[in-house]
Ligand binder design. Structure first.
Ligand SMILES: Cc1cc2nc3c(=O)[nH]c(=O)nc-3n(C[C@H](O)[C@H](O)[C@H](O)COP(=O)(O)O)c2cc1C
Length: 163
């Protein structure tokens, strides 16, 4: 049975049936400080050219900084990085405290221990209701095929049964 979109929480629950991975998107703000947040709205868009997207809520404290940053990095979290997912979704907190990272292509922070990372040039921003859709061109990327991913489904962290 289907229903009209009258209850945002119910819609959110239904959308949560779509299982995803989790990423931490990072950049360097105009003051030179690393910024980042947890997202599960990451998606591949195109292979040629190499484009990816993610969505940022219009209420984000980092919206202007991501708009201004020429590059950002998308760090795909591994199964043992649930604490990082929580840390980068919590405010206020020093999200990078004690965290090993290095500047990738264009300077955006690439985190250690992730399943994969994509260093992207900020190509365009498309309005998407109460979110902004950031489309980026992948300049460099890396992967750790031996690491299992952290998953998100129905509002809970999950892991692959096979790995
Ligand atoms: C699993 C998970 C997925 C999330 N996905 C998104 C997302 O795709 N886009 C977004 O804007 N916020 C998302 N959030 C919420 C942000 O991480 C959270 O609101 C964060 O505090 C925003 O930080 P900022 O205001 O400093 O940018 C997600 C949180 C979690 C735990």
């Amino acid at each position: 049975m289907t229903q009209p979109v009258t209850d945002t929480r119910a819609l959110r629950n239904a959308l949560g049936r779509f299982a995803t991975g989790i990423a931490v998107v990072t950049a360097i703000d105009p003051d030179g400080k690393p910024i980042g947040l947890t997202v599960n709205s990451f998606s591949a868009v195109s292979l040629q050219p190499a484009l990816v997207l993610w969505c940022l809520g219009s209420g984000s404290a980092n919206l202007e900084a991501f708009r201004k940053a020429s590059h950002h990095a998308i760090n795909i979290l591994a199964a043992d990085q649930q604490d990082l997912s929580n840390r980068f979704a919590t405010w206020p907190t020093d999200r990078f405290a004690g965290l090993p990272w290095h500047g990738g292509y264009g300077g955006a922070p690439v985190l250690e221990g992730c399943c994969a990372s994509f260093e992207v040039a900020n190509e365009s921003e498309v309005p998407g209701g109460d979110h902004s859709i950031f489309i980026g061109r992948v300049e460099r990327y890396g992967e750790n095929p031996e690491l299992a991913p952290l998953l998100f489904h129905a509002g809970q962290y999950r892991r692959l049964a096979e790995l």
